[in-house]
Write a new protein. Structure first.
Length: 312
């Protein structure tokens, strides 16, 4: 029985030696619980005291019917998040106290990586907020400047339908474009700060695509402006608004296809569709004027000839 007694005493010795470690771990958990509860109450009561729930209602981030309940739910969620975060921070010392380094070491490494990443995340958040704010200010400045120069009088040149409508408001559209571009630059810079491979790839792709978008917008704008100007010239020259509208829409269609091609949007399909549409329009025009619309074509040519003779 001596061997059995020795083994029993060895087990008891290990249990007795482990009791201080267990007490240390329990004390750490108790300390973590106290700090977590105190921090949770500070966050919940502090946010309510500063009127965070009213701010949520003002920003319409909670429904009108259950605004108070939802806002309190958001505040409570933030408190619970802080509560569990405290316990996570206390996990490595607890496992160290229990001599469970195989568990505590990976947790420490993970927490170190997270803590090293938090400053980058904060800088990225600051860049995004600052960028969106500056983008909004610059957009307003451009809009106000163009409105001060009365650029709205040229709105009719970028319309698509009826000439009596102003179409796109040039100052407003320019302000939106500037805001989007500036905001994109800051967002890409924020993604670069995070130094994550996926975000770096996305940011590089966005920056590389922006020049294509700008050139596509320029082509589309020139197409609308050129189409409207040519329509006006042809209408005044021939006295027929129908021919002017045909020329206008042909130029706009060409500009749209050039824009899609510039954006690398299914280039083979776009080019094929353009050729098919152009051929169909040419055949339809030839058939209608050569057969069914011969009197109309003759009348229009006579009117154009009379206009030329009058100018001479």
């Amino acid at each position: 029985m001596g061997n059995v007694g020795d083994q029993l005493m060895s087990v008891l010795d290990k249990i007795i030696a482990f009791i201080p470690n267990l007490i240390s771990a329990l004390l750490l958990l108790l300390l973590a619980w106290i700090i977590a509860v105190v921090l949770k109450n500070i966050i919940v009561k502090g946010l309510k005291a500063v009127g965070f729930d009213k701010w949520l209602q003002k920003k319409e981030l909670s429904s009108p019917d259950e605004a108070k309940k939802e806002s309190e739910g958001i505040i409570t969620t933030l408190g619970k998040l802080a509560y569990f975060l405290v316990f996570i921070l206390f996990l490595p010392p607890v496992f160290d106290a229990l001599n469970m380094q195989s568990v505590s070491v990976p947790i420490k490494e993970m927490m170190t990586a997270v803590l090293n990443f938090i400053p980058k995340l904060l800088v990225a958040a600051v860049l995004i907020v600052l960028g969106l704010y500056l983008a909004k200010i610059l957009g307003r400045l451009v809009t106000n400047l163009l409105q001060g120069l009365n650029m709205s009088r040229f709105n009719s040149y970028v319309n698509f339908g009826d000439k009596t409508k102003e179409g796109i408001d040039i100052p407003q559209a320019s302000g939106v474009v500037i805001s989007v571009l500036v905001g994109l630059f800051f967002v890409v810079q924020a993604l670069t700060v995070l130094n994550l491979e996926v975000f770096n790839t996305i940011g590089t792709a966005i920056i590389a695509y922006i020049p294509l978008v700008i050139s596509a917008l320029i082509i589309l704008t020139l197409g609308f402006v050129g189409g409207n100007l040519l329509s006006t010239v042809i209408t005044k020259s021939t006295g027929n608004a129908f021919i002017g509208e045909i020329a206008k829409y042909l130029i706009i269609i060409v500009a749209v296809f050039m824009t899609l091609d510039q954006l690398n949007f299914a280039q083979s399909i776009v080019n094929l569709a353009f050729l098919i549409i152009l051929g169909a329009v040419a055949v339809a025009f030839a058939i209608s004027f050569g057969m069914g619309g011969k009197p109309f074509a003759q009348k229009q040519l006579e009117k154009f000839e009379n206009k030329v003779n009058e100018k001479e």
